[in-house]
Design a protein around this ligand. Structure first.
Ligand SMILES: [Mn+2]
Length: 288
């Protein structure tokens, strides 16, 4: 396997067979609606991760020791979006005995990642941290896009818990309100519902997949994303949500993605913030 690409956290390359967790790079950018640039995100996040301490002061995880990470080279974007999403599924299906952390790329990727990691999505809960509900039936004539990805997963039977939503259509709102497989925690009620959010995530059981759209965070934390929305999660709130899911010992966390980030030359610190978020996901997963 090609080994001359950069490794997450600048760790020495670890053979994939020996790895506990695998970082996959998926530079897909085909159905974005507004700002562009997310294709460059995997590379920028890995580059910035090389500046991050291997020791995490919160979990006491030391990535120099454990868990063992393997960073795969980017999966080249080829063909139609449907073909690429199918390729993403095949790319991660052989990693089912590992924890998969996927760096996007646009949110559409989550559909391929979930299909690659589980046989029956009806057994899965997707925890989606996102400013947008992504429950549209069809966007710009497309059935598969960043705005429809959770609708497609819901159709396959997934339960979905959404946190931080503050931009959606009336049709999406009505679907979320009426359907008992969708639980939506809106950003405007984040403070009053905080204990409910933590209790819901702490009460999850079984197989869970975590999807982190960086636009869930407030633009004061991560301004560089395709469609930013004011009034989002603080860094601490996002970290607490991820920690509650990943350290829930009744949950088997199969994988996670970090999507819709746009690399930002000014300030370079924003790339570092996205890389730190990816590192936190791995640390919380590993501490269990
Ligand atoms: Mn999204």
């Amino acid at each position: 396997m090609q080994q001359n690409h950069k490794q997450f956290l600048d760790l020495p390359p670890c053979p994939v067979e020996q790895a506990d967790a695998v970082v996959v790079q998926l530079p897909l950018e085909q159905t974005v609606s507004y700002g562009t640039g997310t294709a460059g995100a995997p590379r920028a996040i890995i580059e910035a991760s090389r500046q991050i301490e291997l020791f995490d002061e919160e979990t006491l995880i030391d990535f120099a020791r454990s868990p063992k990470l393997h960073t795969m080279p980017p999966l080249p974007v080829e063909g139609t979006i449907e073909e690429y999403i199918a390729a993403v599924g095949r790319h991660v299906a052989r990693l089912r005995d590992k924890f998969v952390l996927a760096l996007g790329g646009e949110h559409t990727l989550t559909y391929g990642l979930v299909n690659g990691l589980v046989d029956d999505p009806a057994e899965l809960t997707v925890v989606q941290i996102d400013a947008h509900a992504d429950l549209i039936d069809e966007l710009d004539g497309r059935r598969l896009s960043h705005g429809t990805v959770m609708r497609r997963l819901w159709e396959r039977g997934c339960r979905i818990v959404q946190i931080g939503v503050r931009s959606l259509s009336r049709a999406e709102y009505d679907l979320a309100a009426a359907d008992d497989r969708i639980t939506t925690f809106y950003a405007h009620r984040l403070y009053e519902q905080w204990e409910d959010i933590i209790a819901t995530l702490g009460g999850l059981r079984g197989d869970v997949y975590l999807s982190v759209d960086v636009d869930a965070l407030d633009p004061s934390v991560i301004p560089s994303t395709g469609t930013p929305q004011p009034g989002g999660l603080s860094w601490r709130q996002a970290a607490a949500v991820i920690r509650t899911v990943a350290t829930n010992d009744a949950v088997r966390l199969l994988g996670a993605d970090l999507v819709e980030f746009v690399p930002s030359p000014h300030p370079p610190g924003c790339d570092l913030t996205a890389a730190r978020l990816a590192t936190k996901i791995l640390a919380y997963w590993a501490v269990l």
